[in-house]
Write a protein that binds this ligand. Structure first.
Ligand code: PFF
Length: 471
């Protein structure tokens, strides 16, 4: 397709909002605080921030550059740069998108369901979480609603669907986050929560934390699966890619950071500032859905309803702009490669992914065999949904990031990459960020991502610790 016929983001800010919308999601507001809670507080935050800026930012620049250069989906993009043997990398991305979206809509469905419950003033929903997730008809309907909304936006194309949705949802989301942070900071014992969140204890950095923080950074920035190759393919040649990637990274990290500033005061309020309690309460995936409604209730009925409704609406909005980008990846593949028309492609992909997500939906409570789905040497027994997460988020994304950096530096070649970055940069000199991206893509990302991916794959799937005491 040529520039003339391919739909594009109408403006630079439209692209930045859509890409930030992809990045800001359940990963920031649901996953980040509980990973921080479980991972020893500030030690996790620091590791995550370090990875986001040193490893993820350069990969983001590479993804957007590949997309803009080729004007294609990940499979077509890699193929069109003339390297058929690397096409598997594009397919790995499309497959990751499929898998992630399949369970992401399940959790997004919970968020939507909780929004409705909060609106009805049902604070007891936290205690009914088990029953809620076992009610597969209700679950099924909420995720169906979410997926249908996502498909509706994606079927309307880039400027008329994705960009328009991001322009409304992202500013609203920022207002909600800020309002909730300000409110949370006024709660009794808020500062104890902030202390747990921000006072680092480097003895807490273990191999597991490094691995989790890396997975979280890639997941949170929507990297390693070609979502930004796809969005990059709709970016104009006037856009400064490096600067745009920097803005997207900072936005995403800031929202995750703010989510922590909002969540830990709530937890500390509940545990009356006890740090052991803060860790116990905040450190699990159930935190938002099991504990938080009770905390909202303790604020008083009307205020609790307002805060609770605002919170779950915020969570749903954040999830929505992410599911849009997850769906766009396989949809763009079908449009570009299989020549299917956009509307048909969108609904076909959305329907298929919805069906693939059903086992995840049932694995949280309804079906015992899916609940205790597999026992792995590293993480132990896990349900189907966590297993898909382990494969797609924690393994495929860093692996995808590793392969994208190797591909960019050594297959597509650095000179071509740098040429693409300069398009739209309007700078006569090469700046610091450009120099860093160049070095990172060639050496830092391949080496560090290579080591961490290898170590963790061996540890999780084979129970072998290949570098012994180092981690
Ligand atoms: N970045 C999203 C989040 O933090 O929730 C998740 C995500 C969206 C991952 C899009 C990957 C992706 F392509």
């Amino acid at each position: 397709m040529t520039m003339a016929t391919r739909d594009h983001f109408k403006s630079r800010i439209g692209f930045i909002l859509a890409a930030s919308g992809s990045a800001v999601g359940l990963g920031n507001i649901w996953k980040f605080p509980f990973e921080v809670g479980a991972g020893g507080g500030a030690a996790f935050v620091m590791t995550y921030l370090f990875f986001a800026f040193t490893l993820c930012f350069p990969v983001m620049v590479a993804e957007i550059a590949i997309g803009r250069k080729t004007q294609l989906n990940p499979v077509g993009a890699i193929k069109s740069l003339g390297h058929k043997r690397w096409t598997f990398l594009g397919y790995l991305g499309v497959a990751s998108g499929f898998l992630i979206l399949s369970f992401y809509t399940v959790v997004a469905g919970w968020a939507l369901g909780y929004f409705v419950e909060m609106l009805l003033g049902n604070f007891d929903i936290g205690n009914q979480f088990d029953a809620f997730t076992k009610d597969w008809i209700k679950m099924g309907l909420y995720s169906l609603l979410f997926m249908s909304g996502t498909a509706f936006v994606v079927s309307n194309g880039i400027s008329g669907g994705i960009e328009r949705a991001a322009r409304i949802l992202m500013p609203t989301l920022v207002v909600f986050v800020l309002a909730l942070v300000i409110y949370a900071l006024t709660l009794p014992n808020a500062m104890e929560g902030i202390k747990y969140y921000l006072q680092p204890d480097f003895s807490k950095i273990t191999g597991d934390i490094v691995y989790k923080a890396l997975g979280q950074a890639f997941f949170s920035l929507s990297l390693g699966m070609g979502a930004l190759i796809t969005y990059g393919s709709y970016v104009s040649r006037e856009t400064n890619i490096v600067r745009a990637a920097a803005v997207i990274t900072v936005t995403d990290v800031s929202i995750a950071f703010l989510a922590g500033l909002m969540m830990f005061p709530f937890v500390a309020y509940m545990t009356q500032g006890d740090p052991v309690g803060i860790r116990e309460v905040s450190g699990g995936p159930g935190f938002i859905f099991i504990t938080l409604p009770g905390i909202f209730e303790s604020l008083g009925h009307s205020l609790g309803m307002v805060i609770g409704t605002a919170f779950f609406l915020l969570l749903s909005f954040a999830a929505f702009t992410s599911t849009i980008s997850l769906l766009e990846v396989p949809t763009a593949y079908m449009i570009d490669e299989l020549k299917v028309e956009r509307k048909a492609a969108t609904w076909a992909v959305a329907g298929t992914i919805y069906l693939i997500g059903i086992p995840s939906m049932l694995s949280v409570g309804a079906v015992e065999s899916l609940k205790n789905f597999i026992t792995l040497p590293g993480p132990g027994t896990m349900n189907f949904m966590d297993f898909v997460g382990l494969i797609a988020n924690d393994t495929f994304l860093p692996l995808g990031g590793l392969l994208i950096s190797v591909f960019t530096a050594y297959v597509w070649k650095k000179s071509n990459f740098n040429k693409e970055i300069r398009v739209g940069s309007h700078q006569s000199k090469t700046g610091f960020l450009e120099v860093y991206v160049d070095i990172a893509i060639s050496y830092i990302c391949p080496i560090i991502l290579g080591i961490i991916t290898l170590v963790t794959v061996f540890r999780n799937f084979f129970g072998i610790d290949i570098i012994g005491g180092l981690f």
